[in-house]
Design a binder for this molecule. Structure first.
Ligand code: SF4
Length: 224
């Protein structure tokens, strides 16, 4: 598994769990607001054996590992990598854009992940506006349906980008209707901002949260 970065301790990346986070390089999306873009175009520079050595040393202090990216499901040996983490007794959270159904399904069916956070970038018909190209979303739709089956704890999450409106959040929520948990994250200004777009106000964030509650059991509005 390629590893491009590690956060040694995090209280915020895995709900209720003290975890470290490991970041895989590369992504098949090209979200214009990506905050990890520095990771996407470089190869993994951290050796897997060094990561596992670090984990072994932190075994009594950390409870979980967040596997993030980039898009970790692009890594050919992700299942084996996570198996090793699980065998050491850690909880595992996977951050994914849901574009690789088979890998997600394998991880869930083998009980290798304890929590999945799947990004929903936009209403399906507007994905290209965020991810930078027209994409067949069959895999993403299958991943949504899989998570909705509640075989693993999960959340869907959307960055409330300035080019989305409250109606778009409502449309997304219709697409994940009945979901257990949905997080709306505040977009933070990035250097590359071609249209000089502004962050959503606290009122806009909260309104989106109220709209989402019509469709989803638990809604979190983050970053206001
Ligand atoms: S899916 Fe995530 S990692 Fe990939 S480009 Fe978008 S924001 Fe960045």
């Amino acid at each position: 598994m390629e590893i491009a970065g590690i956060v040694r301790n995090s209280f915020v990346d895995y709900p209720g769990v003290l975890a470290c986070a490991v970041f895989a390089p590369h992504c098949n999306y090209n979200c214009w607001y990506c905050h990890n873009s520095h990771l996407l175009h470089k190869d993994g520079s951290i050796r897997e054996e060094d990561f596992f050595k670090f984990l072994a040393e932190r075994k009594d202090f950390l409870d979980g590992v967040v596997v993030s990216g980039g898009e970790p499901t692009l890594q050919k040996d992700l299942v084996e990598f996570i198996k090793k983490i699980k065998n050491m007794g850690f909880l595992v959270k996977l951050d994914t854009n849901g574009s690789n159904f088979d890998v997600l399904n394998a991880l869930i069916s083998q009980n290798l992940v304890d929590y999945v956070a799947m990004d929903i970038k936009a209403p399906f018909e507007k994905y290209d506006m965020i991810i930078g190209y027209k994409k067949d979303l069959t895999e993403e739709k299958k991943s949504i349906n899989l998570l909705l089956q509640n075989k693993v704890d999960y959340e869907f999450r959307t960055t409330f980008s300035p080019d989305l409106q409250t109606d778009d959040i409502e449309q997304i929520c219709k697409q994940i209707k009945g979901a257990k948990r949905y997080s709306i994250q505040k977009y933070r200004r990035v250097e590359y901002n071609p249209k000089n777009m502004q962050e959503k106000s606290r009122e806009e964030m909260n309104l989106a949260g109220e709209v989402a509650k019509k469709y989803v059991e638990e809604v979190k509005v983050l970053g206001t």
